[in-house]
Design a protein around this ligand. Structure first.
Ligand code: PLP
Length: 404
């Protein structure tokens, strides 16, 4: 059973007020709030177990190492990777994508080779490829979308040529909420001899992910979006592929032997983890993954889908509302504009009523251009949001609308 009252007690910040109003936090696609078990894991680690990992023979170092490597195993099982060697800890999705652009790009892409992204990508899945384009002369191609926010699958397939080496797409759009058919995208990419990277920043918080089932070659996500801390993320890669790629950063931890003449590298995953890892972050991330797993990803998903559908239904009754993203396969994000009220004004006035939404370009300016707008308002839901919060949000929106 899903006991929202009990669940909400796990998140102390949800009890606070903003301008003397109860906080209604609907900016979960930007970052989620943290349950006590996660913040406790961080303070306990620093207060009782802190020591640098991997190099120490002493008790604390060994214990910290055990927790850090246990976290890797926890992530492996959370996304159903074949081996813990395929789990590379990063700072977040952005770093994971940059790692692939840099290292895969170095090993496998040369002038004229093509990378496919989609119209709905976050800037973090556009700019790294543009940097690579500047360095190597690769060609960036873009999958079109329809008005409802679905990928044009025929358009996708038509983009492939002999030179297409990689597809890099969002699992779920952070604006439209569209859940992309990544399994099918992977099949098509593989049929053309290309690899596929899936940006899982907006999927891992909302439903169960299985990298073997979707058969992606890379999968990146961020801890802070799935109730974990900031500054920790994961890049999954198929082992044989990661093995064939050069290191991304150089330094301690990633070497086997160093002389001034020559350096050999550590085995996976350490080859890609130069420097002291964020071992407190990995332990706290594993704690967050345990938390959502105990609740059940399927249960979380059902709750959020219901809430999103309810929000759309309530919002639809407001005159002048325009939604962006009405795919049949839609996750817990509602992007909209209302009448000709500027989203910034909307967000500012809602804030005075205790309601936190996001407004702006959502790090997806090409998507804004696709819809011919500069900015949108966005409400995004998490496992702890309630129908009463949706009601408060819709009522506040109506009030603001009437002020204009
Ligand atoms: N990709 C998507 C779809 C996102 O929504 C985000 C963050 O909003 C990112 C990538 C970047 O994540 P991070 O800033 O945690 O690296």
């Amino acid at each position: 059973m899903y006991h929202l009252d009990e669940i909400r007690k796990d998140f102390p910040i949800l009890q606070r007020t903003i301008y003397n109003k109860p906080l209604v936090y609907l900016d979960n696609a930007a970052t989620t709030q943290k349950p006590l078990c996660v913040t406790n894991a961080i303070s306990e680690m620093y207060n009782t177990l802190n020591a640098n990992v991997h190099r120490g023979v002493h008790f604390l170092s060994q214990r910290a190492t055990d927790l850090h490597e246990a976290a890797r195993e926890r992530v492996r099982s959370f996304i159903n990777a074949r081996s813990a060697a395929e789990i590379i800890f990063t700072r977040g999705t952005t770093e994971g994508i940059n790692l692939v652009a840099s290292s895969f790009g170095e090993a496998f892409l040369s002038e004229g080779d093509e990378v496919i992204v989609s119209t709905m990508e976050h800037h973090s899945n556009i700019v790294p490829w543009q940097l690579l384009r500047d360095r190597k002369g690769i060609v960036l191609k873009v999958i079109p979308i329809d008005d409802a926010g679905n990928l044009d699958m025929d358009g996708y397939e038509a983009l492939f040529t002999q030179r297409t080496k990689l597809v890099s797409v969002a699992h779920v759009s952070n604006v439209l909420g569209t859940i992309n058919p990544v399994k099918r995208l992977a099949e098509i990419a593989h049929a053309h001899g290309a690899k596929i990277l899936v940006d899982g920043a907006q999927s891992t918080p909302h439903f169960a992910v299985d990298v073997q089932d979707m058969d992606c070659d890379f999968f990146a996500f961020s801890g802070h979006k799935v109730y974990g801390p900031t500054g920790i993320g994961v890049l999954y890669g198929k082992e044989s592929l990661l093995d064939s790629m050069p290191p991304y950063h150089g330094g301690g931890e990633m070497i086997a032997r160093v002389t001034f003449e020559h350096t050999t590298y550590e085995r996976l995953p350490f080859k890609f983890e130069a420097g002291t890892p964020n071992y407190v972050g990995t332990h706290a991330l594993a704690t967050a993954l345990d938390y959502v797993s105990v609740l059940g990803m399927d249960v979380i998903s059902a709750h959020e889908r219901e809430l999103t559908a309810y929000a759309m239904e309530q919002l639809r009754s407001l005159p002048g509302i325009k939604f962006f993203g009405e795919s049949a396969e839609k996750d817990a994000v509602v992007a909209f504009n209302i009448a000709d009220i500027h989203p910034l004004d909307l967000g500012t006035l809602l804030d005075r009523l205790g309601i936190a939404i996001r407004t702006g370009h959502h790090c997806a300016q090409p998507l804004m251009q696709r819809y011919g707008v500069e900015s949108m308002a966005r409400a995004s839901f998490a496992l702890y949001n309630t129908k009463a919060e949706v009601d408060a949000f819709v009522a506040a929106l109506d009030r603001v609308r009437k002020m204009f």
